[in-house]
Design a protein around this ligand. Structure first.
Ligand SMILES: [Zn+2]
Length: 393
């Protein structure tokens, strides 16, 4: 594929540039410009800059897994992190406290969230690419959701009230799914529904949605914003993550009083999400009445074309993954020897909103089995992502 070749070339040039800096030459300004250019052209979601006793270690997250990106001589380490702080509007003299800022690349307009954290050998920095993970995944159809998730989601999006919760851990693609869902509402309603968002921060601009960014520091919190927004005659609300009880309460209240609400929540599975809301102090009846659908998801790495037929050994497979056939990772030039290329959604949905229900089903079992039997991913990747253990261990 052409994009892969471009990335490979860019990576080769990057390595040559790092080698040329190894003798202590080079400038921090040029280094940061080149780093941003490299990351913008890649599908990487994050870059980590770790100061050690001897140098600055670089790693980037590709398909959800950290991979080495080279090292920078110790002599440049402080200036590199300092340059990132300047570009993202952080206080350069403040090195003893964590800071967070936003960086917009002058060359391409690409945006990054930058966070710094003091460590033993200097400040550690992490750049998160905003919007990188969502390119080409704008509609529900493009997400590759299975029919048993897509259909109930589309049904729920056609409703006028109730909350749709997209749940998963950090980095599981929840925001991408939420944006795709709201785009579908925009498309289907053709301007006929009043659609608003309250986000922290606004990550992607969606035409047809009145988007607002909440800011806890200025007192414009999710709860206070929602209280005013309900007087704006909203019909559909895209709300940022329900991080605390106050936000969860106001979100579910909006879903009970005449708005369709799409929101995200940190939980491992559909049932865990329902139980956690009750544990947070939301009455069980309110949860069952307000929540219409829960979609739980993970991103698992997709096997590269070089995958080989795997051995189905009952003992080596985790409980809940009883498959009749599977493929395993091999490794080729295209996948840089990892055996995986790109990612695929592992998702399940439920419309049965019953808190603290005794449930014997293993979350994601059916979805995981489908992905493994069709060769989209390997049993090992399911084990890695879901934390399932093989029977022999
Ligand atoms: Zn390969």
């Amino acid at each position: 594929m052409d994009t892969q070749t471009t990335t490979d070339d860019a990576h080769t040039r990057w390595q040559a540039y790092l080698d040329s800096m190894a003798d202590g030459g080079g400038s921090a300004v040029e280094f940061v410009d080149r780093l941003l250019a490299l990351v913008e052209q890649s599908p990487a979601s994050d870059v980590h800059l770790d100061p050690t006793e001897t140098d600055l270690q670089l790693r980037w997250r590709l398909d959800g897994v950290l991979a080495p990106l080279g090292t920078v001589p110790k002599s440049l380490a402080t200036n590199v992190v300092g340059r990132l702080k300047v570009l993202s509007g952080l206080l350069t003299y403040e090195t003893a406290l964590p800071q967070e800022g936003r960086l917009v690349s002058e060359a391409s307009g690409a945006e990054f969230r930058v966070s710094t954290f003091p460590t033993l050998f200097g400040e550690r920095a992490v750049l998160r690419s905003l919007g990188a993970s969502t390119s080409g995944l704008e509609t529900l159809a493009q997400l590759g959701l299975a029919k048993n998730v897509l259909e109930p989601l589309r049904d729920a999006l056609a409703m006028t009230t109730g909350a749709i919760l997209i749940v998963g851990p950090a980095g599981s693609g929840k925001t991408t799914t939420a944006y795709a869902a709201v785009r579908e509402v925009v498309q289907r309603s053709r301007g006929g529904r009043a659609i608003h968002s309250l986000e922290d921060p606004v990550e992607v601009v969606v035409p047809g949605v009145a988007q607002s960014q909440v800011s806890a520091s200025s007192g414009f919190t999710m709860s206070t914003a929602l209280k005013s927004l309900v007087r704006q005659d909203p019909e559909v609300l895209l709300l940022g993550e329900m991080r605390d009880r106050a936000t969860a309460e106001t979100t579910l209240e909006a879903a009970l009083t005449g708005s369709l609400v799409i929101t995200t929540f940190h939980a491992g599975s559909c049932h865990e999400a329902i139980d956690r809301l009750v544990d947070m102090g939301i009455p069980a009846y309110a949860v069952s009445h307000a929540v219409r659908l829960v979609v739980a998801q993970r991103l698992v790495r997709r096997l590269c074309d070089c995958a080989l037929e795997g051995e189905v050994s009952h003992d080596a497979l985790p409980l809940g993954l009883d498959v009749s056939q599977c493929m395993g990772p091999a490794g080729c030039e295209k996948c840089a020897g990892t055996g995986y290329r790109g990612r695929v959604l592992l998702a399940e949905a439920t419309t049965k909103i019953v808190p603290h229900q005794t449930n014997t089903l293993v979350p994601f079992a059916a979805a995981a089995r489908d992905l493994v039997e069709t060769g989209a991913t390997s049993p090992a990747e399911i084990v890695r992502t879901l934390g399932w253990r093989a029977r022999t261990t």
